[in-house]
Design a protein around this ligand. Sequence first.
Ligand code: 5GP
Ligand code: ZN
Length: 114
Amino acid sequence: MSDCIFCKIVQKEIPSEIVYEDQELMAFKDIQPLAPVHIVIIPKVHLRSVNDITPENEPLVGRLFGVVRRLAEEFEVNESGYRVVSNMGTDGGQIVGHLHFHLLGGQALNARIG
Ligand code: 5GP
Ligand code: ZN
């Protein structure tokens, strides 16, 4: 996806503060953090949203959650608590059309969901 900002981050065409990377996954600090810890975790492959997850890439998404857990430990929010969010589509408030999960923590988060 040539015009996808997160694909450009994967290709290192746009700089980012990468906190985890392997062949299939990447995690970087959100450019506009909403909490003291705000990390974006993505599969490198361009999937548009949760709606694009197929049985073939479910293992990848499962592994992504392993990365979330390890980052929560590394950034020391695993005991205090944190939130994992994936926005989908217009009503979900998705801005970047490349599947991603927000890891938010480091403070008490607003309990509101909607
Ligand atoms: P969403 O699509 O779930 O609403 O949010 C996309 C997130 O990506 C936002 O929190 C936004 O701050 C972050 N973001 C957008 N562009 C960039 C970028 O170029 N670099 C980084 N590190 N984060 C970005
Ligand atoms: Zn992309």
